[in-house]
Design a protein around this ligand. Structure first.
Ligand code: 4NP
Length: 157
């Protein structure tokens, strides 16, 4: 059997952006009956919220789109860098954090800013909504859904 494509979404707390991205991408591949092709997970560069469900605002916005988020926050592990094929970060800080963990070119090549896959021109970051309002969470949800479409197209599966 063919190896699955292993995708890891990474943000700071793993309670807002990366679980939203995980949920959006899982939902998209499910709609296209491509679940069998993927292993999908998310994590944070910090362990601030270890074991927690996503932020209530993230869950509410996702649920309004029919996406039920059950992921529990976890911190990025060194082994993730080896295990996963795509390390999709949300912003410049996440990018620098992940890059600081390795000088190995084969790993560094796996790190992408998720918003670089957006389908229309715009900034290549998913902004942190944590200190914002509900509209910021809506914007994150819209963006991660769009980036999911772009990323799946990029993969060409
Ligand atoms: P996330 O958002 O990185 O998108 O999960 C944040 C969540 C928590 C904190 C910062 C950002 N925090 O400082 O606790």
């Amino acid at each position: 059997m063919k190896e699955k494509i292993k995708v890891l979404f990474i943000c700071l707390g793993n309670i807002c952006r990366s679980p939203a991205a995980q949920g959006a991408f899982e939902n998209l591949v499910k709609k296209q009956n491509k679940e069998h092709l993927f292993e999908i997970d998310s994590c944070g560069t910090s362990g601030y919220h270890d074991g927690e469900l996503p932020d209530p605002r993230t869950r509410k916005v996702a649920l309004n789109r029919g996406i039920h988020l059950t992921h529990r926050s976890r911190k990025l592990r060194r082994i993730d860098l080896i295990d996963f094929d795509y390390l999709l970060v949300m912003d410049e800080n996440n990018f620098q954090e992940v890059m600081s963990l390795t000088t190995e070119e084969s790993i560094r090549k796996k790190v992408f800013k998720f918003a670089s896959f957006r389908t229309e021109i715009g900034p290549d970051i998913v902004p942190d909504p944590y200190y914002g309002g509900e509209s910021d969470f809506e914007k994150v949800q819209d963006l991660v859904e769009d980036c999911s479409v772009g990323f799946l197209k990029y993969l060409g599966v």
